[in-house]
Design a protein around this ligand. Structure first.
Ligand code: FE2
Ligand code: FE2
Length: 135
């Protein structure tokens, strides 16, 4: 299984957000590569922590943008972010407690977690925000 790479199909047509999504995909990709290379628990843990932290700041940035422009699906989107955050915090916690390893299944989960959200949920605000002059 190859790791997730940026593709134009992920574009929400907002420059700043696309840049953030590229970074998010790159962080997931780094974790995938580090896992394949058999990096140690500490190294993997640091990458995972970086991914969790970047996710939080990205979700907050999206929420600010949606709220500032009165996006009608803001609340639903925010709830989805909260649930996603909970899932990744769970993985992080269990990893640091030594209860789980980073495996191909973990990577598959994280790759779906980010790709499906961009494709299914983030892409919906693109046209609305574009219509408010956000590009
Ligand atoms: Fe996003
Ligand atoms: Fe989002």
């Amino acid at each position: 299984m190859s790791s997730l790479v940026w593709n134009e199909k992920y574009s929400v047509n907002i420059r700043e957000i696309d840049e953030q999504h590229k970074k998010l995909l790159a962080l997931v990709g780094n974790l995938h590569q580090a896992m394949l290379q058999g990096k140690g628990k500490e190294a993997l843990g640091k990458i995972l922590d970086g991914l969790v932290a970047y996710t939080a700041s990205h979700f907050a940035a999206e929420e600010r943008l949606m709220k500032a422009h009165g996006y009608p699906e803001y609340e639903e989107h925010r709830v989805i972010h909260t649930k996603m955050t909970q899932k990744v915090l769970d993985v992080q916690k269990q990893y640091h407690q030594g209860k789980v390893n980073i495996t191909l299944d973990t990577m598959k989960f994280l790759e779906d977690w980010v790709a499906k959200h961009i494709m299914g949920t983030d892409k919906k605000y693109g046209p609305f925000l574009n219509s408010k002059g956000v590009v």
